[in-house]
Design a protein around this ligand. Structure first.
Ligand SMILES: [Zn+2]
Length: 367
């Protein structure tokens, strides 16, 4: 791919410079793709066990097998071409044909990926001609130095940036606030998991569009937020709180919230309580209550159905404040929005308890 991209850069122009900007997030991207690899045998067996002569939809399969939609669809295609499953009207059926897990093949693929990643890192550090390195990767046994790359030409680019540019970039990426769209549709097949919801989320149970301070993957706030939500149960630092206030001030809501409800955390209860309390104080709003978790900490599901089932019924109904007669929106405060189902379920509870609208706010969005 590098070879191809370098060629593209020079197309249709007289002169082009190609600069490679490696980053730490490259490894995260590789890890992400590795996580989409062919599932381990137990999950494949579980999928096969869920298939019968009666067609089952992919959405319904998601309630039986904890795989993301992408991986599940990929797996079904493989099972289809191997003759163990068939796509029919209404979903998928099992053929009952025996199926062998080719562990050796999947191991070889994973190994080849690791070798490719190693090569990309070596490419950065090489002190031979970059083109020679690439051609060797492409099995050219006798490559000759190109005479034009940074190694051949001795061209060194400075990674220094002048202060004004650095300042402008810093200002741009540390501007807080990201909009988070509310969930509008329940996952299919929830009844299979004992959760009686389906189709569109009723208008009276919807959350409004929400805000987070930043994404955990952001350049600007990401590092601070990652440390904060993975660290100890400490109060939210003043600078983070200031940024939260700026996000709230620039929200542009149609009606200002009339109260704050916090979602209490199992792992960092003090941090969450402190955040909700401080936001209420700064906004001169009453803290209407805290939703307390009940039961065991839910396992992180891989798909929407599993995640919703995991957080469904996760709040102590006794901790739900009485909200009838409230004449404005409730600001719902949490630490991290991941799949969005916790906020969706909490907002639904608040709406059903009488909140005319719910504005979700969190420190961070995962991913
Ligand atoms: Zn060269």
């Amino acid at each position: 791919a590098y070879y191809q991209q370098i060629g593209r850069a020079g197309r249709a122009v007289e002169r082009a410079e190609v600069v490679l900007l490696p980053g730490h997030e490259d490894r995260d991207i590789w890890a992400y793709f590795a996580s989409l690899a062919f599932p381990p045998e137990p999950l494949v067996r579980q999928t096969l066990a869920a298939l019968s002569v009666r067609p089952i939809s992919t959405a319904a399969l998601e309630t039986r097998v904890d795989l993301s939609r992408t991986r599940l669809e990929m797996l079904l295609k493989v099972l289809d071409s191997d003759g163990a499953a068939n796509r029919v009207k209404g979903g998928w059926v099992g053929t009952g044909q025996p199926w062998v897990y080719d562990a050796e093949r999947h191991r070889r693929i994973a190994e080849a990926r690791a070798v490719e990643q190693r090569a990309m890192l070596d490419y950065l550090d090489t002190d031979e001609c970059r083109l020679v390195f690439l051609r060797r990767q492409l099995d050219d046994t006798d490559p000759t130095p190109c005479g034009r790359c940074d190694v051949c030409a001795g061209q060194v680019w400075s990674s220094g940036v002048d202060n004004a540019t650095a300042h402008a970039a810093e200002e741009r990426i540390s501007r807080p606030g990201v909009e988070v769209a509310p969930r509008k549709q329940w996952p299919g097949g929830m009844r299979e998991l004992g959760v009686a919801v389906s189709g569109r989320i009723a208008a009276g149970e919807l959350a409004e569009p929400g805000r987070v301070l930043g994404r955990l993957s952001d350049l600007g706030w990401g590092t601070r937020l990652r440390e904060l939500v993975a660290g100890e149960d400490r109060p939210v630092p003043a600078e983070v709180l200031d940024a939260c206030v700026r996000v709230l001030a620039s929200w542009g809501w149609t009606q200002r919230p009339v109260g704050v409800v916090g979602i209490s955390s199992r792992t960092r209860p003090h941090q969450l309580d402190h955040l909700a309390r401080r936001i209420a104080e700064v906004g001169k709003l009453p803290l209407l209550g805290r939703l307390l978790p009940v039961g065991a900490r839910p396992a992180a599901g891989a798909n929407s159905a599993q995640r919703l089932a995991a957080v469904w019924g996760g709040f102590d109904p006794g901790s739900l404040p009485e909200l009838t007669g409230l004449d404005g929106p409730v600001l719902l405060v949490d630490d991290v929005v991941d799949s969005g189902w916790t906020m969706t379920v909490a907002a639904r509870s608040l709406r059903r308890a009488g909140a005319p609208a719910v504005l979700p706010f969190a420190l961070a969005q995962a991913g």
